[in-house]
Ligand binder design. Structure first.
Ligand code: S3P
Ligand code: PEP
Length: 429
């Protein structure tokens, strides 16, 4: 593992930027392209390690995927175009790849083995494996089928009525992929709404999915078409620079063509409620995923409570929101976010440990954290825990630190944002 030295330059963050493509949408575009019929063209695909894992798994399943500089072309031949893989499917560090792929494979009449890195091996898979078993898939794995390595033999599936215990778009999406392969109607109830990229993409590939007040309804045996997918910038990546601009003096950043899907815009709401200067200008594209520009300037911030149905709309932004809260006067309470414990690392413990070591006043709770601001961020040795979002949060912390920060494990950042350091440099020049 590398360690990098981040000197305390305390720069301003100024300029315009396009962040790389949305990770959730990039994964799904490969998957729908593969199971659809015809040539799907994907532009602004995120070439981060996680989405490259999805490409490599689908190539091993026999799908022809061309990786060009500006676009990815997936030659979908429908569900039957997927063939039994001759070797193990490596999902790398990607929870989204693992869980959504299980939903795809649940209805395929062949055997596959999924393996990932040491972080994936700790992430709970029963949340998808159990309902998929109830639909008819045969899934086994480590510790009674709960963890990777997992083996799956798919087959004929029954539709399911399922009430999700955790608010997880990955669980919902896995069940939608499986539901597409049944003869019946699959009904999924979410405790609170989660990101709806899968539902939008089913429609974009000319399928049908409905949502009423309490449930998502999906008819099986749908043949999907191909599509042209323009992936918007990832708001979860943009969040690092939005926060950087808000907490550094004399800063102003504009992020263009970034995804503004309402199930993902919790970070905008948080910045607004904390009193930040933020302007959002939607583009009028009429595409299935909204996008637009976001401007953030240096701001005086105040602490707030972040909880309830807001949590799934900013779940991946909570590490950088914790740093933001250290720069707000008063107390910020983050609750209903126990899911943070089962991400790439336990993000409650990791955030609290590393920010405490940098001088923040932050404590862990059962389902979140409490942060008292405003603190001076000090220098010192910190680590990413192999978690891309921890790594990026700690780099942004170094922009306001009073002394040098040494970050161990910055290479994790390539999972979702390979160009992170170059983009940061263009804004700090
Ligand atoms: O569906 C997706 O693309 C994702 C859903 C979220 O996970 P959960 O479904 O576990 O909440 C999120 O944390 C992850 O980064 C991407
Ligand atoms: C949790 C994340 O991703 P995944 O679940 O796909 O590993 C993330 O990107 O923060």
């Amino acid at each position: 593992m590398n360690t990098i030295q981040l000197d305390a330059k305390q720069p301003s963050i100024r300029g315009r930027l396009r962040v790389p493509g949305d990770k959730s949408i990039s994964h799904r575009a490969i998957m729908f392209g593969a199971i659809g019929n015809g040539k799907t063209v994907i532009r602004n695909f995120l070439k981060g390690a996680d989405c490259l894992s999805t490409i490599s798994c689908f190539k091993k399943l026999g799908v022809e995927i061309e990786e060009k500089k500006e676009e990815i072309i997936v030659n979908g031949k429908g569900w039957d175009g997927l063939k039994e893989p001759a070797s193990i499917l490596d999902v790398g560090n990607s929870g989204t790849t693992t869980r959504l792929l299980l939903g795809v494979l649940a209805g395929r009449p062949f055997h596959s083995i999924l393996i990932g890195d040491s972080s994936i091996a700790k992430r709970p898979m029963s949340r998808v494996a159990d309902p998929l078993r109830n639909m008819g898939a045969i899934i086994d794995g480590r510790e009674n089928g709960q963890y990777t390595p997992l083996s799956i033999r798919g087959g004929k599936l029954q539709a399911i009525d399922f009430t999700m215990k955790v608010a997880s778009a990955q669980v919902k999406s896995a069940l939608l992929f499986a539901g597409l392969q049944t003869d019946g109607i699959t009904t999924i109830m979410e405790p609170v709404p989660t990101r709806d990229h899968t539902e939008r993409m089913i429609r974009q590939f000319e399928g049908e999915v409905d949502r009423n007040e309490s449930a998502i309804l999906l008819r099986g045996r749908q043949n999907l078409s191909n599509a042209s997918v323009d992936v918007p910038g990832d708001i979860s990546s943009a969040a690092f620079f939005m926060v950087a601009a808000a907490i550094t003096p004399n800063s102003e950043v504009t992020i263009e063509s970034v995804g503004l899907n309402p199930t993902r815009t919790g970070i905008i709401e948080v910045l607004e409620r904390m009193g930040a200067y933020i302007q959002v200008e939607p583009d009028n594209t009429g595409e299935s995923e909204q996008k637009g520009s976001i401007v953030v300037k240096s701001s005086d911030l105040k602490g707030i409570e972040i909880s309830g149905s807001l949590i799934p709309r900013l779940i991946d932004e909570l590490p950088i929101i914790a740093l933001l809260a250290t720069q707000a006067s008063g107390t910020t309470i983050i609750k209903d976010a126990a899911e943070l414990k089962v991400k790439e690392t336990n993000r409650i413990d990791a955030v609290v440990n590393e920010l405490t070591s940098l001088g923040a006043d932050i404590e862990a709770t059962e389902d979140g954290m409490i942060i008292h601001g405003k603190s001076t961020i000090l220098g010192g040795k910190v680590k990413s825990y192999g978690d891309h979002r921890m790594g990026m949060m700690l780099v942004i912390a170094s922009l306001i630190s009073s002394d040098t920060i040494y970050l161990e494990g910055p290479e994790a950042i390539k999972v979702s944002y390979p160009e992170f350091f170059q983009d940061l440099e263009t804004l700090t020049k």
